[in-house]
Every structure is written in C-alpha cells, then in structure tokens.
Design a protein around this ligand. Sequence first.
Ligand code: PMP
Length: 362
Amino acid sequence: MTTIYNFSAGPAVLPKEVLRQAADEMLDWQGSGMSVMEMSHRGPEFISIYRAAERDLRELLAVPDNYRILFMQGGGLSQNAVIPMNLVGRKAQPATIDFVRTGSWSSKSIKEAARYANVNVAASAEANGYTAVPPQSEWQLTPGAAYLHLCTNETIDGVEIDFVPELPGDVPIVADMSSHILSRAVDVSKYGLIFGGAQKNIGPAGVTVVIVRDDLIGHALPICPSAFDFKNVAENESMYNTPPTYGIYIAGLVFRWLKEQGGVAAMERKNIEKARLLYAALDADDFYQNRVALAYRSRMNVPFYLRDESKNEAFLAGAKARGLLQLKGHKSVGGMRASIYNAMPIEGVQALVDYLNEFAER
Ligand code: PMP
C-alpha cells in the first residue's frame, strides 16, 4: 500500500500515534465509560485533561509564570478582532496599533484591526511581492503604540520572521504564530501576546491558543463580547463558556507526543533538516522556483512554482498517485505549496524530493 504524506497547510497532518490513541479512547476514555466528547467540561475527568494540556504546553514553550495560557474558540481570524478589543483599552482612545505587512495574514489582521483602532503600517513587503521582511531599520513605529502586530510565519507566502525586534518603550509585541508555533524555540518573555489557531501544529480546528502577559489582561473595551474578554477567559481557566473540549484533548495528546519527541528543541532540529532538504531540491533544478529571500524562507510552508505552469495539473496528478497529497498552492497565489509541519516525517519530505526530481527529469 502506498504510504500517504499529507502536505496540507491546515487543517494539517497530525502524528499517527496521536490519532491511534484518540481512536482507542474514542468510546471510553480511560475506563470512564464516556467519550471525551460526552464529558462535562466541569467534571474531574475533563479538568484533568485540560490541566495536563495547559501544563505540557507551558513546559514545551517555557512559558513564564506571569503569562496565562487561554484555549479559546473562533480561530486565528477572530483574534484579529479579539486582540484589539482587549489590548487597545490600555491607551487613550483612539489608540494606534503598528503592523508590519509581510503577507496575506498580516494584511487581514490590519484590515480587521482598523475597525477598532488607528492602524499604522510601519513597513510593508507588498512592493516586493512578499518575498522578504522589510529590515527593522526601516520600520516607522509609533511611539506609545498599543502594540506591534507581526505574523511571524506567513502561511501563504512562505515568509518567516526569524528575529524578535527590540522595541523602544513598553510597546508589547503581538505575534500570530498560527503556522509555526511549537516548531522552533521562542523566548515567550519577549512577546506581550502569542496566538495561533490549532489546526497546523497543535490539533484540530476549533481551538485557538492565546498566551498573554498578565498586565495585558483586564483592559477590554466595553464592546468586547464577554466570552472573548481575556479577563473572563483567564479567571475561569478557559471555561467562562464551554471550551472546545475534544480539540483541547487532542491538543493535549499532541503536546505529550512533542515531549516524547524531545520537545521543541528536538523538533526544531528536525524541521531545519526537513526544510534544508526540500529547498535544496527546489533550488537545484531550474524547473522549480521558490521566490522568497533565503533569510526569510519559512521552515513550515514552502510555496513553489513550476516554471512551466502548463504542467501544474500533471504535477499534482502524479503526486497524488504517489500518495503525496494537498500540494496545490493557495488560490490567491497559485502554484504549489508543501507544508511540512512537526508531524510531517523526514521520510515524507524525502518522498516529495524524489518526486520533484523525477518529475523534472521527465
Ligand atoms: N493566521 C495565520 C498565519 C494563518 O495561517 C491562518 C489560517 N491559515 C489564520 C491566521 C486564520 O486562521 P483561522 O482560519 O483559524 O481563522
């Protein structure tokens, strides 16, 4: 039987071990006689699942004690509204939010934030087609901004920010890490808030992780829905309303799997190797092209084009026949994209590289 490798950008591949355990426990979680889906979120069984997930994520990312981890609903895009509604209240209104525009997702964040605050695009990579991050020396930051928003990995454009800017004053950095959270070491203390939808490196869609510094909680605008007020969520261990319980359970299994793999540092080493292998194959053959500047190439999302785009359909059909799935690029940019998240084994990347070579040869 052909081994399947799934390169979807999200919802994306999950570790087989996790899916197997979830299948084993589907009807009866650890002798409780209930599926996790059937449990009260306030019962001792689910509370133990929740606390273990929180503890393991805290350990994996070395989250300092003065940060809260929230498991919310609504996905990454909802945070584009939820974060301004929670964070701009620390400043006189209207407050200003700074952004660096590095691709599609930061662009969406800018548009949404403009409904709640003044937005200042401190720098934009639009002119270079989102193929590099503008150098920090060129960023036109606002003194006293409510915060600076960065999308540290642009899932569609394949651009990853590999540095943490040093900002003057006490402007917190808000980072959308949806598509590379847990793929590399991060110093959480350098950020005011980190968020991400779960459906790439954490678990199923429907869970949104928010890691937020204590002092940024408790300033929600009056218009902020109660269920999205970080204060309510934090004070109730993410159970102000019913949290996405099954998704949190799967996320917890993924966190445990990550710990068994050696944690984030070990994952990062594997991810560097996987990305090196794939980019080397793309660069070696004129048949393919990745347009992102070397320093900003994403380790997680690798967009590429066939120089002869009339071969796109044949490329995808051949890939599918080999068990290499979901390689079609995002509809807004076309071409191909291989997402190689934590759960993608190096064998999957090698299988893709072999196919790239063979297809070009043909
Ligand atoms: N930010 C980034 C970086 C993403 O990749 C995505 C989804 N692909 C989003 C935000 C939006 O997430 P959601 O679809 O969960 O709202």
